[in-house]
Design a protein around this ligand. Structure first.
Ligand code: LCS
Length: 394
């Protein structure tokens, strides 16, 4: 039995509901089955009408996936969660669940490049408008809302600039205007930030990142009230069918057990590296909300328990100098994605955020010489030494 009074680290280990009642297995079983036998015809009919208990088919629900959903709902302080086959599936399903053709939502301008690409390529075809604005300015959010707006979407900390958006401020506007607030909590994880406690209606994740934590699976999660999640599951998710497989759910359940210890190490390493880069003569600017010089340091401190493992920085000179640094690295891996045990480094303008036009990138604060670092859990001295030898190349 899971106790509500348990601390985060205990829930992260035991939150999926305890040992398997049939066998005592301590590690959750992987129910690798696409379909589930009905006890009889009436049972089948009852399951389809919603009157019966049990499982039908793994696109709709699966016991291993359900364990993950229960645990994520606990950790995010929500009532219910839905697991998806990717973070993009979580965002797309949320958008379609909340908006009809002819309606719109207001989004922070600086979001993952795939999210921006979905706004540009997919939503216009179904008549949903994404109104991208600078969400650091709460007035801009309020001004963009009209009677066809259904939700506000923010990413905080944002990919790749590590901007911090005021969650409580957005929640106040959303609820005064009668719209929902959706927060992409991928960079922070529920260990560092709980959007639902600050008034958000849905917290969502690319679980590919810190939730999994080991770079071995692609997944997404939404968490919210039972009512909202039931509407999304039954009204949209089970028919769109971007479901998570039981094995991937199991990898995420395993990842969650170490989320608090991994996040502590990511945060500790990132703070040391941000401080190192801030004083480096070849570095122009460092974006890390844990530095007192970060323009949103106080806000980050008030809504996060620590500052996370993501850093952005600009090297002196420009793009060519940045490329020289990245190509000279030996320990840090040049790859997209983030939140892995391994330190990953990327040039957002030419990769993760290449879906933005140059003008949109500039408006979103994504500079051409910006490098994004997902700080891993290696020995921090080794990461610093690698950055140091690479920075010497310029
Ligand atoms: N939300 C955020 C904040 C993300 O960073 C990503 C992926 C997604 C949603 C989408 O999740 P996915 O479908 O990939 O699980 N971010 C990536 C990145 O920065 N590089 O590669 C993927």
């Amino acid at each position: 039995m899971v106790k509500k009074s348990w601390g985060f680290a205990t829930l992260a280990v035991h939150g999926s509901g305890g040992h398997d009642p049939h066998t005592g297995a301590v590690s959750p079983p992987i129910y690798q089955s696409s379909t589930f036998a009905f006890k009889n015809s009436q049972h089948g009919a009852d399951l389809f009408s919603g009157a019966g208990e049990g499982y039908i088919y793994s696109r709709i629900q699966n016991p291993t996936v359900e364990m993950l959903e229960c645990e994520m709902a606990f950790l995010e302080a929500g009532e219910e969660a839905i697991a998806f086959g990717s973070g993009m599936a979580a965002i797309t399903n949320t958008t379609i669940a909340l908006c009809n053709t002819g309606e719109n939502f207001v989004s922070s301008r600086t979001v993952y490049g795939g999210t921006h690409a979905m706004y540009l390529k997919v939503l216009p075809r179904i008549g949903i408008e994404a109104r991208e604005i600078d969400a650091k300015d709460l007035n801009k959010i309020e001004d963009a809302i009209d009677d066809k707006t259904r939700f506000i979407f923010i990413e905080t900390p944002a990919n790749p600039t590590i901007d911090i958006i005021d969650i409580k401020g957005c929640a106040e506007i959303a609820h005064r205007k009668g719209v929902k607030l959706v927060v992409d909590n991928t960079f922070a994880t529920p260990y560092l930030q709980k959007p639902l406690k600050m008034g958000a209606d849905i917290a969502l994740h690319s679980a590919t990142k810190y939730i999994g934590g080991h770079g071995d699976t692609v997944a997404g999660i939404t968490v919210g009230s039972k009512k909202l999640m039931t509407e999304m599951r039954k009204g949209v998710a089970q028919d769109i069918g971007a479901s998570l497989s039981p094995f991937n759910a199991w990898l995420l359940l395993r990842g969650l057990k170490t989320l608090p210890v991994r996040m502590d190490r990511h945060c500790e390493n990132a703070m040391r590296i941000a401080q190192y880069l801030a004083f480096h003569p070849r570095v122009e600017k460092v974006y890390y909300p844990g530095l007192r010089t970060h323009e949103r340091y106080e806000l980050a401190k008030s809504q996060m328990d620590d500052f996370g493992g993501m850093i952005a920085f600009e090297v002196k000179g420009g793009y060519d100098e940045g490329v020289k640094v990245m190509d000279a690295l030996e320990l840090c891996t040049l790859a997209v994605s983030l939140g892995d045990c391994d330190t990953l480094i990327v040039h957002p303008a030419s990769t993760t955020h290449s879906s933005y036009s140059p003008e949109a990138r500039e408006a979103a604060g994504i500079k051409d010489n910006m490098i994004r670092l997902s700080v891993g859990i290696e020995a921090v001295e080794d990461i610093i030494e690698d950055l140091s030898q690479a920075l010497k190349k310029i």
